[in-house]
Design a protein around this ligand. Structure first.
Ligand code: PLP
Length: 344
């Protein structure tokens, strides 16, 4: 059964970090007012403001897809379009939720490494003011990308400058933003609000939490009345304290950073160990906690008997291996040995 196999499929498959479970247990005492009027939520909001500045507005959400879709619907009208990469989660892995919920057209730009290049954006302005075309309103970038690559600061700044100049908003899908900040050795605010992002989907679930996502607005004019959009989007959790307690734990003693640094280091170690195996070809720069590789088809089949992971691109025999905060060096050594045997 897949559930019993060691997983290199996704950081979603890791267990909840003990400190986070502990924080939820601590919050599990006595009554607390529902829907966010509790001390844990106040504390988590305070922590977000400490990181992103007093003017940000944060809303706790249940899923990353929910944060993306509800947030995007709040800042668009159905005749707008949302520009994203053709590798984005928005485009490929949200079952059409962004289109359904926003009514907007997604314009996905071709990308080999998951990143949008500012040069790709100019031609989209051709549609502006032409009533037969959807009107570009949001650029959505994923940091790190779905291919594990990272936007450098200047790349984000160039895209945000383009957005500002052309009256567009910049959304960042930060389902794994901790991994990007860890990679770039920057703060969470540096790669988001300070780089010109307007709205951030902030992920905690892939970084050791159980259910902890947030939507952070960096402009009050965009946030206005989002509480109603969240409720209508079915993302308002009644027992909010349990989400908030998870963020409080993630932000205590820099747990978010420790978890992300570790996951990234394990992916780096995996990539390093694979160097010596000639029939394994790594296809993306390993910058966070994912390794993409092309390996012989029969080796994929052999490996999947012992390990759970996804085939990313079947015709190319490309697989994705992900590490998480709980991946150990021993896990990596054993996995590399299994790969070596499988390709023999
Ligand atoms: C880049 C990215 N964005 C958003 C999500 C949304 O996550 P969820 O499964 O919580 O909806 C994921 C999940 O894998 C993701 O990888």
């Amino acid at each position: 059964m897949k559930g019993q196999l060691k997983s290199f499929a996704s950081d979603n498959n890791a267990p909840v970090h003990e400190a986070i479970f502990h924080a939820m247990m601590n919050a599990n005492k006595g009554d607390a007012i529902g829907y966010g009027d509790d001390i844990y939520t106040l504390e988590a909001e305070r922590k977000f403001k400490e990181i992103f500045g007093n003017d940000c507005r944060v809303f706790f959400m249940l899923t990353g897809t929910g944060a993306n879709a509800a947030g995007l619907s709040h800042i668009t009208r159905p005749y707008h379009s949302i520009v994203c990469s053709d590798k984005s989660h928005l485009e490929n892995d949200e079952c059409g939720a962004p289109e359904k919920v926003t009514g907007c057209k997604l314009i996905s730009l071709p990308s080999d490494d998951g990143k949008i290049r500012v040069e790709q954006l100019g031609p989209l302005l051709h549609s502006v003011g032409f009533q037969h075309h959807s009107q570009p309103k949001v650029i959505s970038i994923t940091q790190p990308t779905e291919l594990g690559t990272v936007y450098q600061m200047d790349e984000i700044r160039k895209i945000s400058a383009f957005a500002r100049e052309n009256n567009l908003y910049l959304h960042m899908d930060g389902a794994r933003i901790a991994n990007a900040a860890a990679r770039l050795n920057t703060g969470l605010a540096d790669i988001s609000i300070h780089a010109g992002v307007d709205m951030l989907s902030f992920g905690g679930t892939k970084n050791g939490a159980m259910i902890a996502e947030a939507l952070v607005f960096f402009r009050s004019d965009l946030a206005g009345e989002f509480e109603y959009t969240r409720k209508q989007s079915m993302q308002l959790m009644s027992k909010m304290r349990y989400i908030s307690a998870q963020f409080n734990a993630l932000f205590s003693s820099d747990l978010w950073l420790k978890n992300a640094l570790h996951a990234n280091r394990m992916a780096g170690l995996l990539a390093e160990r694979l160097q010596g195996i000639s029939s394994v070809r790594i296809t993306q720069a390993v910058e966070t906690n994912a390794v993409f590789a092309v390996i012989p088809k029969n080796a994929i089949e052999k490996l999947q008997r012992k390990y759970f992971f996804y085939i990313w691109n079947a015709p190319r025999n490309e697989v994705r291996w992900m590490t998480a905060y709980n991946t150990t060096e021993k896990d990596i050594e054993e996995f590399v040995e299994a790969i070596r045997k499988a390709v023999e």
